[in-house]
Design a protein around this ligand. Structure first.
Ligand SMILES: CCCCCc1ccc(-c2ccc(S(=O)(=O)CCO)cc2)cc1[C@H]1C[C@H]1c1ccccn1
Length: 240
């Protein structure tokens, strides 16, 4: 099978991002500050600037009952559901289908006053990995999104500012089998979610504006997305 020119990059970035996501916030060195908490959800960020621009890495951990890692990654990766949960989207389209588990997206996000409107081109890859703690346990599922270039979407349209991002959603399914040997139901499962994101906002935007936007948007996004997966999955057979 002829390899796509991105195949090697996808494999390298996915491996690197999964390794990073697996590190707890304690282990990846100090500097992680908790900035939002809601029930089981904890959101951390590190204050980081690149060429005077705020690119604060974000790491969120969350545990959600009644859904699996496969289901969380399925709804995060698949384009047909995106408008349902990504409220900051003005337009999205699949630019290229590299394979059934690797797509290239274009996304135009709603303008966030006073900054100019942003857009992004990224490849998105979904993969499951053997669970190295529990050999016969459910696999770990991940989706990695990484900015990329695409000839049809040069980053200099003038009207919008091109952003750059690396995102890793890593999901571990926890099963507590019922004592009486009954079949596993949604009451017996939960999903440990780690969401890592680094967004370079492209053109300059005031640090105070960016930090306020991230502080507001990320918790909203993760709560809304996980609620969406619960609602979509509740009356369907469990996807392990
Ligand atoms: C002045 C603001 C400049 C940056 C605006 C912007 C653009 C894209 C993005 C973004 C793009 C993709 C992803 S994803 O995880 O791959 C899912 C697929 O959509 C996630 C977040 C974020 C933000 C920042 C609003 C902030 C924000 C944070 C979470 C959600 C929406 N907006």
């Amino acid at each position: 099978m002829v390899q796509h020119h991105l195949t090697a990059e996808v494999d390298a970035v996915v491996k690197q991002q999964v390794a990073m996501a697996r590190l707890g916030v304690g282990e990846c060195g100090t500097g992680w500050q908790l900035f939002a908490e809601d029930g089981e959800m904890r959101m951390y960020r590190r204050e980081q600037e690149v060429d005077g621009m705020v690119v604060d890495p974000l790491k969120a951990v969350h545990t959600v009952k009644g859904i699996t890692g496969h289901e969380v990654c399925h709804y995060f990766f698949s384009p047909q559901y995106r408008y349902d949960w990504e409220t900051t989207l003005e337009h999205m389209n699949v630019v290229e289908t590299i394979s059934e588990d690797t797509l290239v997206f274009y996304q135009l996000h709603k303008r966030i006053w006073p900054a100019s409107q942003r857009d992004v081109v990224f490849w998105s890859h979904i993969r499951h990995l053997p669970n190295d703690q529990d050999r016969d346990g459910p696999h770990i599922w991940t989706v990695v999104n990484q900015s990329t270039e695409h000839p049809e979407y040069p980053g200099c349209s003038g009207k919008t500012v091109r952003i750059y991002l690396t995102v890793c959603l890593l999901c571990q399914t926890i099963v507590n089998p019922p004592k009486d040997g009954a079949p596993i139901s949604r009451n017996d499962i939960s999903c440990k979610i780690t969401y890592c994101s680094v967004v370079n906002p492209g053109g300059w935007a005031p640090a105070s504006v960016l930090r306020a936007v991230y502080k507001r948007e990320y918790p909203k996004f993760l709560k809304r997305f996980t609620a969406y997966v619960i609602n979509q999955s509740k009356n369907k057979p469990i996807m392990f």
